[in-house]
Design a protein around this ligand. Structure first.
Ligand SMILES: Nc1nc2c(ncn2[C@@H]2O[C@H](COP(=O)(O)OP(=O)(O)OP(=O)(O)O)[C@@H](O)[C@H]2O)c(=O)[nH]1
Ligand SMILES: [Mg+2]
Length: 199
């Protein structure tokens, strides 16, 4: 487990007034752990174990470890707002952990790999069923094609209001921008008061 208890995490700003739980979800190998690790201002908690999923490798997931419980990180978005990030495991055998990780989340980032878009449908459906507000971030892998965002939106059958962006899960600024997009969207939903963002 990648967590060090020996160092005290950086203290929260004394001006912090609100903390939001955000889930980082998506199918196996889309970069959830990478995103949480890149953007966290505290040493992230990760639960990586050797990957036995030959089926995943056959689908083009090129890595040796997978999340077996959760990722956890923290990022202060402003002097007043802090986000607690909960990354889910992508392998289906750990989906029973989803409820605990997603319950209470005000919003979710769905990471997708455009080369395996169809694997994201289940995740989107699960969030819709739970009524969790979400946005989509397409992680730019170097050998992945770049489709215009409207095409991606159509392929994922996303409502017009749901934000969709490209990101690089290895880049802190890019991940921070994703989370800012989610926060702006959640604020718009809250201000409209009916679950749909205002005009
Ligand atoms: N080139 C490139 N590689 C990436 C990027 N993000 C992640 N990777 C690599 O892709 C692999 C998947 O990353 P993870 O962060 O483990 O993916 P995950 O979604 O947490 O995977 P599971 O926990 O198994 O569901 C790792 O080998 C990363 O180094 C990216 O933006 N670009
Ligand atoms: Mg992971």
């Amino acid at each position: 487990m990648g967590f060090s208890g020996s160092e005290a995490p950086p203290a929260l700003a004394t001006t912090t007034a609100a903390a939001l739980k955000v889930a980082v979800v998506g199918p196996v190998g889309v970069g959830k752990t990478t995103l949480v690790t890149s953007v966290s201002e505290i040493r992230p908690l990760t639960t990586e174990e050797y990957m036995t999923g030959d089926a995943d490798r056959a689908r083009g997931v090129d890595k040796d470890s997978t999340t077996v419980a959760m990722d956890f990180g923290r990022i202060s978005i402003s002097e007043r707002l802090v986000l607690y990030l909960f990354g889910t495991p992508g392998q289906e055998r750990f989906w029973f952990l989803w409820d605990g990780l997603v319950n209470g989340a005000l919003g979710a980032v769905v990471l997708v790999d455009v080369r395996r878009l169809e694997e994201s449908f289940d995740v989107l459906e699960r969030l819709e069923k739970r009524g969790v507000a979400f946005m989509v971030a397409a992680n730019c892998f170097p050998d992945a094609p770049v489709h215009p965002l409207p095409e991606l939106r159509a392929a994922l059958d996303l409502p017009a209001a749901v934000p969709i962006v490209y990101c690089d899960a290895r880049d802190r600024d890019s991940c921070r921008e994703v989370l800012l997009t989610l926060v702006r969207y959640l604020l718009a939903l809250a201000e409209s008061g009916d679950g749909e963002p205002g005009p």
